[in-house]
Design a protein around this ligand. Structure first.
Ligand code: HEC
Length: 295
């Protein structure tokens, strides 16, 4: 009866731990934290070990207390436990016993071996069936593995690795599309979102007008409204110039440590909106006329 309750408590705690980690990790549908995240598996395992430890300690204490009872009280206690036991608990305990084939302490003298080392005696216990069958399963696994990978050459570790890397690349590409801070000069495209372009304007006014003018007409820095570019036009080149800076000594610093990629994306998109506008005091064109075909 008691042991059934212990097992059920351990199982309940482990289920609670699994449900808890699944609830708090919030993975896409069809993925389970306990499989995907080693840490979740470790956590559940720790819960299991700690719960088991507590139950074993409590059971040992109870056993000691029980043994310290007088014969009368033991009998009374047994009677009470028997009263509480149900068909389910009896079946469950019989099953657990079958899994270990353990002998009751009272019957242990039957399997005691007749040697005695300084008072330490040995029991000829049966191997627990759960252990024996697990061992058989490993043998079957080994045979299947051997035939599949060493005789039929199903696939090699190298092929498995390549397939996983390919899959990861697909996932990275998918993720880059949605992660707005992951733009770089390769992937950047003109923003459509008005709010984000406006944010680019705010950042431009706060950081760039000293050299480029609010209308992009230029001063210390070149005119950004014409189709001449020193460092290349188009959203990709402009993004790259903002991120990496101009030629050394010219005054255009690299801004990648000041702005997040998403912000440089916004500024670059705003800079592109200057194209074809007429500034109040335009600086003469510098650099080559840039045509998109060169991109
Ligand atoms: C200290 C002055 C200064 C500031 C501030 C400055 N720039 Fe520049 N910028 C320059 C100079 C000078 C160049 C030319 C670089 C070269 O010739 O290599 C330039 C070049 C550029 C170019 C390339 C133009 C071309 O013709 O290829 C872009 C785009 C640009 N700046 C954008 C910006 C943005 C956006 C900011 C604000 C985040 C900014 N700049 C801040 C001085 C500045």
């Amino acid at each position: 009866m008691r042991t059934t309750a212990s097992y059920l408590r351990v199982i309940a705690l482990v289920i609670l731990a699994i449900v808890g980690t699944e609830y708090f990790t919030d993975l896409p549908e069809g993925e389970y934290a306990i499989i995907e995240k080693p840490f979740a598996a470790l956590f559940v395992f720790m819960v299991f070990i700690i719960a088991l430890g507590i139950e074993v300690t409590v059971a040992a204490l109870n056993k000691v207390l029980y043994l310290s009872l007088s014969e009368e009280k033991k009998a009374a206690f047994d009677a009470k436990e028997a009263e509480k036991s149900t068909l389910f608990t009896r079946k469950f305990e019989a099953m657990m016993k079958a899994m270990t084939k353990s002998k009751e302490i009272e019957e242990e003298h039957e399997i005691e071996l007749d040697h005695n080392y300084d008072g330490i005696r040995e029991l000829d216990n049966k191997l627990p069936p759960w252990w024996v069958y697990s061992f058989y399963i490993t043998i079957i696994f080994a045979v299947i593995y051997l035939v599949r990978f060493h005789i039929l050459d199903d696939y090699t570790q190298a092929e498995e690795y390549i397939a996983e890397v390919e899959q990861a690349e697909i996932e990275i590409a998918k993720w880059k599309e949605t992660a707005k801070d992951f733009v770089d000069a390769e992937t950047v495209t003109m923003l459509e979102d008005e709010d984000r372009i406006e944010n680019g304007e705010r950042l431009f006014v706060a950081n760039c007008v000293a050299c480029h003018q609010a209308d992009g007409g230029g001063g210390i820095g070149p005119n950004l409204t014409d189709e001449h570019w020193i460092l290349g036009g188009g959203i990709k080149n402009v993004f790259s110039t903002i991120s990496e800076g101009g030629r050394s000594g010219k005054g255009m610093v690299a801004w990648k440590n000041t702005f997040k990629p998403s912000e440089m994306h916004e500024i670059a998109s705003y800079v592109m909106t200057f194209q074809g506008t007429t500034p109040a005091d335009p600086k003469e064109p510098e650099g080559e006329i840039w045509t998109p075909e060169e991109e």
